[in-house]
Design a protein around this ligand. Structure first.
Ligand SMILES: [Zn+2]
Length: 599
C-alpha cells in the first residue's frame, strides 16, 4: 500500500507566494502575528518508485530517509560551490561564512532535541563543500534538478534522476554514520544578491519526509542571523510536518507524517485553533519554543498509551524460527530471523528504528544464554539467525526470545527436541571473582582432560581463540571500570562445544575518596568519615597515629569512638574490590555545635 497516489507537487502554491504578505496580515491570532515571507516552502517528491516491494518491511528503506523524528539523525550540510563549468561563477564561500552557517544549523537541530526529550534525539552533523558547474542562486525551483543533480554527482552519487540521487545520498550517509535517519541540507550562496533569494523568490524549502532541504545563505528577507528558526521550520518538513500559515493553503484535514496526523492548526481554512507553532510562524515560535500538537503528531511525537514511549518506537520484536530435528550424531540447528514489528502507519510504508539488541535461548528452563546472530553483530531492525544448538544427548526443551533497543521482549518460542549420538554433557564448571581491582583476574575452571576453553566479553566469541582448559586461567578484562560480562565456553576432544557460561565481574580500580575529621563530644573523641567509592562499597578502614604506619583493618564505620588521644590521626579506606586510599589526615575540629550562653 504505497502512498504515491496522494503525492502531488504543491508548487502550484507559487501563486499564493505572490499574495503571501496580504493573506498573512488578515489572519486573526492569539499571538503577535508577523508577516511571514515564507511561502510554498513545503514540497513533495513527485514520483516514487519501488515502494511496494518495501512496504511491509520494518527496516527503513531508501525512500524513508526521515520517516519520524526520533533516535540518531545524520545531517550533512552541503555548501554548493560553483566552479564555472556551465555558468559563470559569481559567488564564493568563505570559511568563516560556512562556519557561521554550520553553527546556526547546529543550533536549530539542538532546538529540536531540546523540544522533543522523549525522542532521544542525537544529531550527527557533517559538512562538505561540493562543486557544481552551475551557480545555484541564479536558478528557479523548476531548474533545481540541474545544480542539485550536478552537486550529487560530484559527491559520487549517480541515479536516473536527482531525487533518486538524493535518496541514495541519504541512504549512504545513514549507513556511513550508522544513523537511524539521514538528510542533506543544501546551502546556496546568496551573498551580494539584492533579495537573498533564488531567481523565483524561493529562499528556503524542504521536501516532506525528505530527501533534502535547500536554504540560501541569507534566508531571503530574514537574513543570515535568522537562519536557525528557518532551518528549524524546514527540518519539521523533513520529518513529516506540513505548513500551517494561511498562504500555504493546507486543508485542516490534510494528513501527514508517519502517523498520518491531520493539520488541525492550519490557518488556511479556519480550522479552529491558532496555537503558536514552528510550522506556523518560525521566528515567533522558535523564540517561544512552541510546537503545536498537530505538528508534533506529524513528526511522530505522540504517546497514545502514555507509557513514556513515542508510538513509532513503542514496538515489540518477533521471532520467526525453524528448528531442524536432529538426526543421530548431529546437533539441532536453529535458523530464521528476529525482527522488530513496526508501529502501524495509516498512510504509508512501515518503519522501525528499534534494532534487535540480542536473541537468547535457554535449555530446559536454565539461564538465558546469548545466541549469536548470523552476521556476528546485533545492530539491525531485522537480524538473520543460523546457529547450532550446543545440546547433548537426551530430550530437551529449548526456548528463544528476542530483545529490541527499548528493551521490549518478543513472545517466547519454544521447541521440544531429542538429541542422540552426541554423548552425555561433560562436567564443566567455571567461576570468576565477583570483583576485581585489576584488569587481570583468575578464572577457576573444571573440565575433563583435553578440553579447550574460550573466554570473551563478546557473546559471539568473535575475538576469542581456543586454549587448554587449565584449572586456573588468567583473563584480562577490557579497560573500563564497571560491570563486565564474561562469556566462557568449553570444547571437548571431539570438538563439541558447550553452551556458554555467563559470568559478571565488577572492575573497580579506583580507591575510595573522602575526608575524615576528629570531633570531641562530651569529652569523647569521635572519628567521622565522609567517603564514597566509584563502583563498589567501602568495607574496611585503618586508623593510625602515623601516616607511614598501617594499623590493623577493621570494618568501615562512618562514625567511630576512638580511644587514642591525639589532635591528628590518619585513616586509610579499602573498598570491596581491594583498592586502598592514601592516608587521609583527621584533625581535631572545634565543636561548633556546642551552645554558647549569651548574657
Ligand atoms: Zn514550510
Amino acid at each position: 500500500m504505497g502512498f504515491s497516489v496522494k503525492l502531488t507537487l504543491v508548487c502550484v502554491l507559487l501563486i499564493a507566494f505572490l499574495l503571501g504578505y496580504n493573506i498573512f496580515t488578515v489572519v486573526p491570532s492569539i499571538y503577535a502575528q508577523p508577516a511571514s515571507p515564507l511561502s510554498s516552502d513545503a514540497l513533495r517528491v513527485p514520483v516514487r518508485t519501488r515502494v511496494a516491494a518495501y512496504a511491509d518491511d520494518a527496516v527503513p528503506n531508501e525512500y524513508q530517509p526521515s520517516a519520524f523524528l526520533a533516535g540518531n539523525v545524520a545531517v550533512q550540510v552541503v555548501f554548493v560551490e560553483s566552479n564555472g563549468q556551465y555558468e559563470p561563477s559569481t559567488h564564493d564561500w568563505t570559511s568563516s561564512q560556512m562556519a557561521q552557517i554550520r553553527q546556526r544549523i547546529s543550533t536549530a537541530l539542538q532546538w529540536w532535541a531540546a523540544r522533543l526529550p522523549q525522542a532521544q534525539l542525537h544529531f550527527d552533523i557533517t559538512s562538505q563543500v561540493v562543486p557544481s558547474g552551475y551557480e545555484p542562486v541564479t536558478h528557479d525551483l523548476s531548474t533545481e534538478s540541474l545544480w542539485v543533480g550536478d552537486a550529487l554527482q560530484h559527491m559520487g552519487i549517480n541515479a536516473p534522476n536527482y531525487f533518486d540521487q538524493a535518496y541514495a545520498a541519504d541512504e549512504a550517509l545513514r549507513r556511513e554514520r550508522k544513523a537511524d535517519w539521514a538528510t542533506h541540507i543544501f546551502v546556496v550562496n546568496s551573498t551580494g544578491t539584492a533579495t537573498g533569494r533564488f531567481a523565483d523568490g524561493h529562499f528556503a524549502y524542504a521536501y516532506i519526509n525528505g530527501p533534502f532541504m535547500v536554504i540560501t545563505s541569507d534566508a531571503g528577507p530574514y537574513g543570515t542571523s535568522q537562519l536557525s528558526p528557518i532551518v528549524a521550520h524546514e527540518f519539521g518538513h523533513i520529518f513529516g510536518a506540513v505548513d500551517q500559515y494561511a498562504a500555504a493553503a493546507v486543508p485542516c484535514t490534510e494528513q501527514s507524517g508517519y502517523l498520518a496526523v491531520p493539520t488541525t492548526n492550519s490557518q488556511a481554512n479556519n480550522c479552529g485553533t491558532q496555537y503558536n507553532s514552528i510550522m506556523l510562524d518560525p521566528i515567533g515560535a522558535y523564540a517561544a519554543n512552541a510546537i503545536d500538537a498537530s505538528a508534533l503528531g506529524q513528526l511522530g511525537y505522540r504517546d497514545s498509551n502514555s507509557n513514556g514511549l513515542l508510538d513509532p518506537i513503542d514496538t515489540t520484536p518477533l521471532l520467526q524460527l525453524q528448528l531442524s530435528q536432529a538426526t543421530s550424531g548431529a546437533r539441532p540447528l536453529v535458523s530464521g530471523q528476529a525482527f522488530d514489528q513496526a508501529y502501524p502507519s495509516p498512510g504509508g510504508d512501515l518503519a522501525s528504528i528499534n534494532t534487535i539488541t540480542k536473541v537468547e535461548y535457554r535449555i530446559d528452563g536454565g539461564a538465558w544464554l546469548p545466541l549469536p546472530t548470523a552476521d556476528g553483530v546485533y545492530d539491525a531492525v531485522s537480524e538473520k539467525l543460523n546457529a547450532t544448538l550446543p545440546l547433548y544427548d537426551g530430550p530437551h526443551n529449548v526456548a528463544f526470545r528476542a530483545t529490541n533497543r527499548i528493551g521490549a521482549i518478543s513472545p517466547i518460542v519454544s521447541y521440544n527436541v531429542a538429541v542422540s549420538g552426541i554423548g552425555a554433557a561433560p562436567s564443566y564448571q567455571v567461576s570468576a571473582p565477583t570483583m576485581s581491582n585489576t584488569q587481570h583476574m583468575m578464572l577457576a575452571l573444571n573440565a575433563p582432560a583435553g578440553a579447550g576453553v574460550q573466554v570473551s566479553e563478546n557473546p559471539a566469541f568473535t575475538d576469542a581463540s581456543w586454549v587448554p582448559a587449565s584449572a586456573s586461567l588468567d583473563w584480562a578484562l577490557s579497560n573500563l571500570d564497571g560491570e563486565h560480562t564474561v562469556y566462557v565456553r568449553f570444547r571437548d576432544t571431539a570438538g563439541l562445544e558447550s553452551p556458554p557460561f555467563v559470568l559478571t565481574t565488577m572492575l573497580d580500580r579506583t580507591p575510595p575518596a573522602g575526608r575524615a575529621m576528629l570531633l570531641k563530644r562530651s569529652n569523647s573523641l569521635w572519628l567521622e568519615i565522609q567517603a564514597q567509592d566509584s563502583e563498589s562499597q567501602i568495607d574496611a578502614m585503618q586508623i593510625s597515629l602515623d601516616p607511614n604506619t598501617a594499623g590493623s583493618w577493621q570494618p568501615f564505620q562512618p562514625s567511630t569512638l576512638v580511644s587514642l588521644q591525639a589532635n591528628t590521626m590518619y585513616v586509610r579506606l579499602r573498598d570491596a574490590a581491594g583498592n586502598v586510599s592514601p592516608p587521609m589526615s583527621a584533625m581535631l575540629e572545634m565543636p561548633v555545635w556546642v551552645p554558647i550562653a549569651v548574657r
